[in-house]
Design a binder for this molecule. Structure first.
Ligand code: SAM
Length: 201
């Protein structure tokens, strides 16, 4: 990752969503993007030009556009029509974003358009976040990683965030994934956790 004077940036054409520029690079704010928060909390986090990424919950393409500055290509899945319009505009300005309007909970909708990927990145505020991630594992190459940004309050607002976090870890482990790392995204995103898993088989 490129960090200048302690600020995470990406190298690409600016003016995508009003992001600041710094020394010719696009500032990637940890307050706006959970992946940027992860990169600040876990400095070893890396994106590189060899990666193909399936991105679930692309919204209007804010984080997707920064991913695209670092990786080979991004299959960006979003099901809501309004953010999808913005995502399409962002995709027009990059050659390596494939916007897909579909429900991440129904991967058969987009299976014909997505190749095997090195990373599945998920940021969907749904009650069944672990289940959605597991449903998308067939796209992930053996040895690839899943990064799940868990919004605990969307799973169950009546249960403590810690319990939701531990239950989610268990569900992912029971699906055969190996948990490589897990952390909270404080102070950038309240009650959000990041879980990084590897698919070994
Ligand atoms: N990742 C985005 C970013 O950093 O710029 C923000 C994502 S926002 C928290 C969650 C997005 O997931 C929303 O745009 C929502 O419409 C989308 N979403 C929620 N459930 C979904 C599903 N089942 N399939 C596809 N998109 C979904």
């Amino acid at each position: 990752m490129i960090i200048i004077d302690g600020v995470l940036v990406s190298k690409g054409q600016g003016g995508v969503y009003g992001e600041k520029m710094m020394k010719g690079y696009r500032v990637w704010s940890p307050n706006r993007s959970k992946f940027a928060a992860l990169a600040m909390i876990r400095p070893g986090t890396d994106l590189n030009p060899d990666l193909k990424v399936l991105y679930l919950g692309a919204a209007n393409g804010t984080t997707v556009s920064h991913f695209a500055d670092y990786v080979n290509c991004v299959y960006a899945v979003e099901f809501a029509p309004r953010p999808m319009q913005d995502l399409i505009e962002v995709s027009r300005r990059r050659t390596n974003i494939i916007p897909i309007m579909a429900d991440a909970g129904n991967p058969r909708e987009y299976a014909p358009f997505v190749e095997s990927v090195d990373m599945v990145y998920q940021d969907v505020a749904q009650p069944n976040q672990a289940e959605i991630a597991i449903m998308n594992l067939p796209f992930l190459k053996k040895g690839g990683i899943l990064i799940l940004m868990l919004k605990t309050r969307s799973v169950d607002v009546t249960v403590s965030p810690k319990t939701v976090f531990l239950d989610t870890l268990k569900e992912l482990e029971e699906s055969g994934l190996e948990i490589e790392d897990a952390c909270w995204l404080e102070p950038y995103h309240h009650d959000h956790a990041c879980i990084i898993c590897r698919k070994n088989s």
